[in-house]
Design a protein around this ligand. Structure first.
Ligand code: ZN
Length: 154
């Protein structure tokens, strides 16, 4: 999710709607961190923060970062038809903006099917292994979710 840090301007824009101060940070800066230099930065930070297997964690972070970019390129067209091209080599080289002509909208059926598939896989993993994505945030929350899911099966 680290590439979408550049989308936090949406919160400022939204709060501006309440206070009457108009900003457009989300449109201005979204996808500015969807770049190779930021991918390398995240990989190095991830490896540095890891307690063990630093090379594996760094490489995994780098690959997951690029999976995010691929998903954005393939399936995150805006409702206005704007494709949010990826300035992959920015700020070193700004002429390359990655996009595909067949990109589908963010709320398209393909993304809904993919989300349902991953929800089912996550549910099965919770049931079988007793582990959920909440484990990354809190072991206590993970245990509570596992308890709820396993109760449904009794
Ligand atoms: Zn993104």
């Amino acid at each position: 999710m680290s590439p979408d840090i550049d989308g936090l301007g949406l919160i400022i824009d939204f709060s501006g709607n309440i206070t009457g101060i108009t900003t457009d940070y989300w449109s201005q800066f979204h996808h500015e961190l969807h770049t190779l230099p930021f991918a390398l930065f995240i990989a190095v930070i991830s490896a540095y923060c890891a307690r063990g297997r630093k090379l594996l964690i760094g490489c995994s972070s780098f690959l997951m970062f690029h999976l995010h970019l691929l998903c954005d390129i393939v399936g995150s067209k805006g409702p206005d038809g704007y494709q949010w091209p990826i300035p992959y080599l920015s700020p070193l080289y700004t002429e390359i903006n990655l996009s595909v002509p067949w990109q589908w909208e963010l709320n398209a059926w393909q993304n809904i099917v993919i989300a349902i598939i991953f929800f089912v896989i996550t549910y099965k993993l919770i049931k079988i292994k007793g582990e959920s994505p909440l484990e990354l945030v809190s072991k206590r929350m993970n245990r509570a979710l596992v308890k709820i899911v396993k109760k449904e099966t009794v």
